[in-house]
Design a protein around this ligand. Structure first.
Ligand SMILES: O=C(O)CCC(=O)C(=O)O
Ligand SMILES: [Fe+2]
Length: 433
């Protein structure tokens, strides 16, 4: 059996176990088995936060297989209290419902990446979303000068618990990110702490709240009181997103370099940017969403890979996230309480392409708003990320030149805020270039 084959079968076994753990009541029917085979792997991460020692070898193996085959997986039973995630979504909902001028008062700028924004470009195309970025609580003057700038918070008299809640979530996610990194190291046959120098104390993680407005103005009362999104119409939304995904599978096929074919330069950053009058998010964002849709934009985020190391994402109940795998888009099914984890560009470089930073996108064409919270677990800015010796062999020759993470992040952010031509990407670091 090849090495690849061995990992694959270990992953499949662990996956099968985790699926049966998630649905103990009845054996899977044929359609469920077919569905499971087609979807992003779901891994049982029991003990991730509470276990005293690694390895939980079945999880480590399943994670390795998922990183090699999909670059994406979901974790369930990870041990992070559900309440913490729910409170984060409620805080996000309250923030996005603030008047536009309150949000704009903490808007990010080209020299400071932290804060609110509604004008992100992904692959030179305007994303149909609002977002808020924040980083680790700053401890001293040196860190105040970090490359991503400093945190900006909304007026505390208008959002009294926002900073406290978000900081609490961030600390919890640092632990999740580090434990996943330890599992990843073990999966590469390294000691569990091998990646700590670049990922532990001086990591440059940041967290992003995403809000995707509904396509049509039907959002009047779609949020439930815990801020966890729609209380009605989710099934309809699921169907409409799934249908869109199906239609789209024959369209918008990404090129190997990660850009959309004919759409890759479809940038119109003026249309709706900065045009909205102050008001409540559900009204303003919904009408803006409608304008975007009428202009033919139905992507919350264009196809991209994440620049950093690992992303750990909580998605609300409205579907929309899709992953490019084996020639088509696959919807990442929202599972209550699960985190979606994906490999970023720096992890792909570290593993010499063995783990894939795959393209993903967000459809925003349904009648329901969508929310998600992404934790981007990134290396220290001074890291030069280079392929591990153990990932280089005659069968897998050196693929990437070393990447200075600080430089890569700075360039990627510059491309997020203005269209200066093609964004920096991994292909620029291919040894054969
Ligand atoms: O909202 C989502 O589900 C995904 C967001 C995402 O891909 C990103 O923020 O990079
Ligand atoms: Fe992403």
């Amino acid at each position: 059996m090849t090495k690849q084959g061995k990992f694959a079968s270990a992953g499949t076994q662990a996956r099968a176990r985790s699926h049966s753990a998630a649905r103990p009541a009845k054996p899977p029917s044929m359609p469920e088995i077919k569905q499971a085979a087609l979807e992003v792997p779901v891994l049982d991460a029991s003990g991730l936060l509470t276990g005293l020692t690694w390895p939980r070898s079945d999880f480590v193996r399943a994670m390795r297989a998922a990183c090699e085959q999909w670059g994406f997986f979901q974790i369930i039973n990870h041990g992070l209290p559900d309440e913490l995630v729910k409170t984060q979504f409620s805080a996000a909902e309250r923030f996005f419902n603030l008047p536009q001028e309150v949000k704009r008062a903490c808007k990010r700028t080209p020299d400071n990446a932290m804060g609110f924004f509604d004008d992100e470009l992904t692959k030179q195309r305007l994303d149909l979303k609002e977002a808020f970025d924040y980083g680790r609580p700053l401890k001293d003057a040196v860190e105040l000068k970090h490359l991503d700038g400093i945190n900006r918070w909304p007026d505390p008299s208008l959002a009294p618990t926002f900073k406290t809640q978000l900081t609490k979530y961030f600390s919890a996610m640092e632990r999740v990110g580090l434990r996943l990194t330890e599992a990843l190291a073990l999966g590469l046959d390294l000691p569990s702490h091998a990646l700590h120098p670049m990922m532990e104390k001086r990591h440059s993680a940041f967290c992003r709240l995403n809000f995707y407005p509904p396509a049509h103005n039907t959002s009047a009362s779609v949020h439930d009181s815990n801020g966890h999104g729609p209380t009605a119409g989710t099934a309809a939304t699921t169907n409409s997103v799934a249908a869109t995904a199906e239609q789209d599978n024959n369209r918008d096929t990404p090129h190997a370099n990660g850009n959309l074919g004919s759409d890759s330069h479809a940038t119109d950053s003026s249309g709706s940017r900065g045009a909205s009058a102050p008001g409540r998010t559900d009204e303003v964002a919904s009408s803006r969403g409608q304008a975007w849709h009428e202009a033919g934009r139905d992507l919350g985020i264009s196809p991209h890979s994440d620049a950093g190391f690992l992303t750990v994402l909580a998605q609300g109940p409205t579907p929309g996230l899709e992953v490019w795998h084996e020639g088509r888009w696959h919807l990442v099914r929202p599972i209550p309480g699960a985190f979606v984890v994906n490999v970023g560009d720096m992890c792909e470089v570290l593993t010499n392409g063995r783990y894939k930073a795959v393209l993903h996108r967000v459809l925003a064409s349904g009648p329901q708003p969508r929310s998600s919270v992404a934790f981007f677990f990134n290396p220290s800015y001074e890291s030069d990320v280079a392929p591990l010796q153990s990932c280089i062999s005659p069968q897998h020759p050196l693929k990437y030149k070393p990447v200075s993470w600080g430089y890569y992040r700075t360039e990627r952010f510059a491309g997020d805020v203005s269209d200066a031509g093609k964004e920096i990407q991994l292909d620029d670091y291919l040894v054969q270039n």
